[in-house]
Design a protein around this ligand. Structure first.
Ligand code: PLP
Length: 426
């Protein structure tokens, strides 16, 4: 028995399913989840001392790679000053200023502790601001485990086959309208009937929780127009895409400005941080300025702010995202070439520093239906083969992959050699 197997057995005695977040349980791919004890740069090291090249990066935050010396030093220094005060600190303002500089649609920003809190608060604010209850989301998009957003959701909910979770009152879910990602005509039609009752459209500007689906030209622009016509708040959930698709997020990359943005992952540099922000006029409705209530014991925690701000400063260095995108493109093109060589139909898509691969003959994947038609069994075999070769991919056919600045050309070549070997066995 491996150490991971023993640890997983013990974990299941005390933790539901042995994990604190469902996709980690490997139910989407079978087998035992790997338990890790150490991470450095592009690598994770498991409890059996095996090394893996990491393409998950803690599900997105580790854009610099693991144990970055700048983050470690900043955290150590903050530990010596105290780990939290529950009162204002200078670093919170520094962080907020940095976010507003990097994401021009954000004029005021509030820190929270997770992406889920960010989307939940943004939705509440949009409802409070407009005085409307309905929200529109898209099938296969995941916005955290917020009640009104766990309707036809992606990510773990999709992997585990529960896109509509039990436990959510029908009276709440009925306010959530779910439409098809990348189908702007359907959004227009829906808004003709009920547009004036919709508080917000929330969208992943690149869908990363049903694999990786960039927006088709005109989709985000169309959402902007429709929201303007109907007084609806446009919320970009950039928890995954923020600071990753480009320094200014997906909104910077595609040139479409939302009213509100939800952030998470990279903004915390590996510590639990989320944020939501946007137009001053809307943000002024949040407490204590306005009546929409929102709060948090640990929000703006100095350790978390230190890790986040150090990360944002590091990724603001000129050329950072160009280099990271180059690496991602090499992985994307190399995976495609490996599949072609083995005669396996594969489509690989990317946006900045996120990518996804689909076992399908479709030349591009733009819809949820196409995602669902992909060969999941083949994905599982590929995943397990790559894991044996020391490549740690997301354990689900419905998750995007992430690259990090720590990934070297040698690591990419090692990964692609493994992919060629595994593709030949599929
Ligand atoms: N929104 C998106 C787009 C996400 O990908 C996620 C998490 O994967 C969330 C929200 C929820 O963030 P968290 O897991 O930090 O609550």
């Amino acid at each position: 028995m491996t150490h991971s197997e023993t640890l997983f057995e013990q974990a299941q005695k005390y933790i539901p399913g042995g994990v604190n977040s469902p996709v980690r349980a490997f139910r989407g791919v079978g087998g035992t989840p790997v338990f890790f004890k150490h991470a450095e740069g592009a690598y994770l090291y498991d409890e059996d001392d095996r090394r893996y090249i990491d393409f998950i990066g803690s599900w997105g935050p580790m854009i610099l790679g693991h144990s970055d010396p700048r983050i470690k030093a900043a955290l150590h220094a903050q530990v010596d000053l105290g780990v939290g005060y529950g009162a204002p600190t200078a670093i919170e303002t520094e962080m907020a200023k940095k976010v507003c500089e990097l994401v021009p649609s954000i004029e005021l920003v509030r820190m929270v502790n997770s992406g889920t809190e960010a989307t939940m608060s943004a939705i509440r604010l949009a409802r409070g601001y407009t005085g409307r209850d309905k929200i529109v989301k898209f099938e296969g998009c995941y916005h955290g485990h917020v009640d009104s957003l766990l309707v036809k959701a992606g990510s773990g909910a999709l992997t585990l086959g529960v896109p509509n979770s039990p436990g959510i009152p029908a009276s709440l879910a009925e306010h959530t309208i779910t439409l098809n990602y990348n189908d702007i005509d359907q959004v227009r039609e829906t808004f003709k009937d009920i547009g004036d009752q919709v508080a917000a459209i929330i969208v992943e500007p690149v869908a990363g929780n049903m694999n990786c689906i960039p927006p088709v030209p005109g989709f985000l622009e169309g959402l902007r127009e429709i929201c303007d016509e109907h007084g609806t708040v446009l919320i970009f959930d950039e928890v995954m895409t923020g600071f990753r698709v480009s320094l200014g997020g997906a909104q910077g990359f595609y040139g479409v400005k939302p009213d509100l943005t939800a952030l998470g992952k990279v903004i915390g540099g590996g510590l639990p941080v989320g944020a939501f922000g946007g137009k001053r006029e809307i943000m002024e409705h949040i407490s204590p300025l306005g009546p929409v209530y929102q709060a948090g014991t640990l929000s703006g925690n100095p350790l978390a702010m230190t890790a986040g701000l150090t990360t944002l400063n590091a990724i603001s260095e000129p050329g950072f995202h160009d280099k990271l995108t180059d690496k991602t493109n090499k992985v994307r093109d190399g995976l495609k070439a490996a599949a072609d060589e083995a005669g396996i139909p594969l489509t690989v898509q990317s946006a900045g520093a996120m990518f996804g691969f689909f076992f399908t003959s479709e030349p591009s994947v733009t819809t949820f239906e196409q995602v669902m038609a992909c060969d999941v069994e083949r994905f599982k075999k590929f995943f397990q083969g790559m894991l044996k070769e020391g490549i740690y991919l997301a354990p689900s056919a419905f998750e995007a992959g992430f690259t990090t600045a720590a990934l070297s050309d040698e690591d990419i070549e090692f990964t692609l050699a493994a992919a060629r070997k595994v593709m030949a066995t599929l």
